[in-house]
Design a protein around this ligand. Structure first.
Ligand code: FES
Ligand code: FES
Length: 167
């Protein structure tokens, strides 16, 4: 059993975990942060997306012991105050979900994606490298392609992200 100290949603948490425990299982089963969902549990669907030091990762592929001293943000911590994060409100306004199972991952991923885009990170569909590309529907779809929605709420998801990107 290893002891890991992480800052999770602004609060320092220390927990004992076996070396093989994923960050996803540590969050859900040890810390009761069940907003982060388990889909296929093999890095293929994005349901388990969280932010580590502001960057999006699949927590099912990460071992909790790797994250000693890191800053983890889950869906429970994306809003600064009691108000919803702008993406949470936009997902509601644009019907960006149906069953909601993928939504935590979609929103965490979109936060990370918008930060990547803001510093000019290209995607596979970016035509001109070297400048911040316009966040077109194709760019959003490509950049969010690691997050699957079995309900097919993709149009609403794209509209919600587009609205927040313009704020
Ligand atoms: S549960 Fe981690 S990517 Fe699907
Ligand atoms: S809203 Fe149901 S899987 Fe996306």
């Amino acid at each position: 059993m290893a002891k890991v100290r992480m800052r999770i949603n602004g609060r320092v948490r220390t927990l004992g975990v076996e070396p093989q425990v994923s960050l996803l299982d540590a969050l859900r089963e040890r810390l009761d942060l069940t907003g982060t969902k388990k889909g296929y549990n093999q890095g293929a669907c994005g349901a388990c997306t969280v932010l580590v030091d502001g960057e999006r990762i699949c927590s099912c592929l990460a071992l909790a012991v790797q994250y000693e001293g890191r800053e983890i943000t889950t869906i429970e911590g994306v809003a600064d105050t009691d108000l919803a994060h702008p993406l949470q409100s936009a997902f509601i306004r644009h019907d960006g979900f149906q069953c909601g199972y993928c939504t935590s991952g979609q929103i965490c991923s979109a936060i990370g994606m918008l930060a990547e885009h803001a510093v000019g990170a290209p995607s596979a569909v970016t035509e001109h490298l070297g400048s911040v590309p316009e966040l077109t529907d194709d760019e959003i779809r490509e950049r969010m392609s690691g997050n699957l929605c079995r309900c097919g709420a993709y149009n609403g998801i794209v509209d919600a992200i587009k609205e927040v990107a313009k704020l």
